[in-house]
Ligand binder design. Structure first.
Ligand code: 2IT
Length: 444
């Protein structure tokens, strides 16, 4: 494979799509050697086909705000690859959403879903609608309007959306309600549903819990565990909440959370009612963490700064893409951080990732670490298809098993003279599965 040529072609066709190009570059660099050992991949143009989404839907979403004015947003669904199963991936509602971001997320989702061991293809969607400062009624009207268009392109064996940034249980409820109304079917076409209407127990916790199961495996591999470790977490949404809950249960002390306004440092540890308070902060809709210090005066708020300047044992970016840059990485390395695991998708910049790998840090990428979320969505699909619901023990056991399997795949493919390169391991393991599936199905 001529990686540089593939990337140059892609750049010429998608100028300025920085996030998409970044995600593709990372995978291509990782798989280059393995790819070149398989001339049949080259002959079948596997890479050229893989970087081209199967199809993309873009549509207009019109909704009425509380003043009675009409608002117009853009809606998207990128169906990237269904070689190993129906399209699967979240919906993101955020002002920053554009095609570059959704294509990067959809591309990552292909390999992440392959790692879960479950039959799911890769997709992503969303809108540039920002839930920030919107009333509950406006959010409901937007979700209904969004589904008025999307419903034709999704289905239980075709494409199963879920949540992501800005889309949680409430939004999934409205989206599912409208989907059900339009199709007159109750087929579980979205995941992340409420427990009363087909949702899976533990889905809200699954991304954070799965991430901590994975981190625990990483630590065990170097004869360490979570007990007594200090943890820096960024973000304060659903993923940060699940990660903080499980880290605390495992005996670690979470000392930071963050928002767009800055970060909270709480030396006593963010546990118990403080973790619950995160959800309250989130549901206020203001998208800020500063009020934490009014409620818990032992903590400090650092405006417009990131938590990576704190000396901790474990760093877990849980907010959004490229949230941890080269300077942050240097600080974490200098501070002797024992483990850094991306819980957000592509949480580290390319420079930061390179620094971690060059310094042989214990570092793992989002597509491995956060795959417990979509894996539990896969378990929700299975329960829906069987018209049953599993108990918490069953789901948690399966989640454990899946995260262990992902870790093993990373070890198998990520060996570099005794160092485990989890980035390479995750990319190669996911890529090989999808590439073989594509080969077996012919040039379509
Ligand atoms: O990035 C992700 O894996 C998600 N937002 C979850 C996707 C899903 O289908 O549960």
């Amino acid at each position: 494979m001529n990686t540089q040529r593939v990337l140059a072609d892609l750049e010429a066709r998608h100028p300025g799509e920085m996030e998409f190009l970044q995600a593709v570059r990372e995978v291509l660099m990782s798989v280059e050697d393995v790819y070149n050992q398989h001339p049949e991949f080259e002959k079948n143009k596997i890479i050229e086909r893989m970087v081209e989404p199967d199809r993309i839907f873009t549509f207009r979403v019109v909704w009425e705000d509380d003043r009675g004015d009409l608002q117009v947003n853009r809606g998207y669904r990128v169906q990237f690859n269904n070689a190993i199963g129906p399209y699967k991936g979240g919906l993101r509602f955020h002002a920053s959403v554009n095609l570059s971001i959704l294509k990067f997320l959809g591309f990552e989702q292909i390999f992440k879903n392959a790692l879960t061991t479950l039959p799911m293809g890769g997709a992503k969607g969303g809108s540039d609608f920002s839930p920030r400062g919107k009333s509950p009624a406006e959010i409901r009207r937007f979700c209904h309007a969004f589904m008025l268009e999307l419903w034709r392109n999704i289905g239980p064996d075709m494409d199963v959306p879920a949540g992501d940034i800005g889309v949680g249980g409430r939004e999934i409820g409205y989206l599912y309600g409208m989907y059900k109304k339009l199709t007159r079917e109750h087929t579980g076409t979205l995941t992340g549903k409420g427990l009363e209407y087909g949702g899976s127990i533990l889905r809200p916790e699954a991304t954070g819990f799965g991430a901590l199961y994975f981190v625990n495996q990483m630590l065990q591999d170097r004869d360490m565990d979570m007990a007594g470790k200090t943890v820096a977490i960024s973000g304060f949404g659903n993923v940060a909440w699940g990660a903080a809950t499980k880290a605390t249960q495992m005996g670690a002390k979470v000392v930071t959370i963050s928002g767009p306004d800055g970060y909270i440092y709480d030396p006593e540890g963010i546990s118990g009612e403080k973790i619950d308070y995160m959800l309250e902060l989130r549901s206020s809709g203001d998208d800020i963490v500063a009020p934490y210090v009014d409620k818990f005066p032992g903590a400090v708020f650092y405006a417009n700064k990131k938590p990576w300047e704190q000396k901790v044992d474990i760093a877990l970016p849980c907010a959004t893409q490229n949230e941890l840059g080269a300077d942050d990485a240097r600080m974490l390395i200098e501070n002797g951080t024992k483990c850094i695991a991306e819980v957000s998708n592509m949480g580290c910049t390319e420079e930061a990732t390179t620094l971690f790998l060059q310094n042989k840090m214990l570092f793992a990428p989002g597509k491995a670490v956060n795959a417990g979320g979509v894996a539990t969505s896969g378990l929700e699909m299975s329960q829906n298809a069987m018209h049953i619901s599993w108990g918490a023990d069953e789901v948690d056991q399966r989640l454990h098993h899946i995260m262990r399997s992902i870790h093993e795949q990373c070890i198998t493919y990520g060996q570099e003279d005794g160092y485990i390169n989890y980035v390479k391991g995750a990319n190669i393991a996911g890529f090989m599965k999808v590439a073989h599936a594509m080969m077996n199905q012919g040039p379509i």
